[in-house]
Design a protein around this ligand. Structure first.
Ligand SMILES: Nc1ncnc2c1ncn2[C@@H]1O[C@H](COP(=O)(O)OP(=O)(O)OP(=O)(O)O)[C@@H](O)[C@H]1O
Length: 229
């Protein structure tokens, strides 16, 4: 298993009830899984636990068989690409092109590959006209596309995307879907957190429903009303 959670719970300080509790979950390295559930059901908290951003209050989380507490955040980041729910928290470079190049430069990517990849992602996500712009001056949908492009450009083995369709119009959503399907076809794993039921319906082969911090259902089956939460 790529990720394994055993009896995981997490409580935010000064909160009386836990944000997530009793989570047992295994994720393979391939395939598209979605986590859905009402506001405040613990979806983002769960993804932050999987990334080691938050420490579990109870239970264990294993990444490729090793306890997540044994990894640095940078080590987890090399294995799991994470698109934040709010792109403003993710974007920090001086220009759009630098934002896409940042992870690749850190990986020691050679100049020719770097240029090719940055140009590819600028083109695919229709950001080429903004390559020299300051990322935080883009529109919400452009920022969202940039945040996604910057993570995809690193070509991580596994991707976690928190509300990736936020701010995207129907056409850009379709482009994202096509790209994520291609990523999945390459054998890489994708975990989507989303309220966008039509998007989840088209993308995910496994759907985990969270309610009150607990897994309410976890299914590959698509029975009638499976997404009514
Ligand atoms: N930094 C924080 N400090 C205190 N409580 C928090 C914090 N972040 C989240 N919570 C609480 O933890 C619970 C789970 O929140 P979380 O953001 O994980 O839910 P979610 O399912 O992702 O919600 P949404 O669909 O609105 O994004 C909620 O009750 C929320 O108020």
């Amino acid at each position: 298993m790529f990720l394994e959670l055993r009896q995981v719970a997490f409580s935010y300080p000064q909160k009386t009830s836990p944000a997530v509790i009793g989570i047992n979950l295994s994720l393979k390295k391939s395939g598209i899984t979605a986590i859905v559930g009402p506001n405040g059901s613990g979806k983002s908290t769960l993804t932050k636990l999987m990334l080691g951003i938050l420490p579990a209050s109870e239970g264990q989380i294993y990444l490729e068989g090793r306890n997540i507490t044994e990894y640095s955040l940078a080590e987890v980041g090399r294995q799991i690409g994470y698109v934040f729910q709010n792109p403003d928290l993710q974007l920090f470079c001086a220009s759009v092109a630098e934002e896409i190049a940042f992870g690749l430069v850190n990986q020691g990517c050679d100049v020719a590959t770097l240029e090719e990849r940055v140009n590819f992602y600028l083109d695919y996500f229709e950001l080429a006209a903004y390559r020299k712009s300051f990322p935080l001056h883009l529109s919400q949908g452009e920022k969202q596309r940039l945040a996604i492009a910057a993570v995809l450009a690193n070509e991580p083995e596994f991707l976690i995307l928190d509300e990736p369709t936020n701010g995207l119009d129907a056409y850009r959503k379709r482009l994202l879907e096509e790209y994520l399907h291609k990523v999945a076809e390459l054998g890489r794993g994708i975990l989507l957190v989303s309220h966008d039921i039509a998007f989840v319906d088209r993308m995910a082969e496994r759907i985990i429903v969270l309610a009150n911090g607990q897994i309410q259902s976890d299914s590959n089956q698509r029975g009638e009303g499976y997404l009514c939460y």
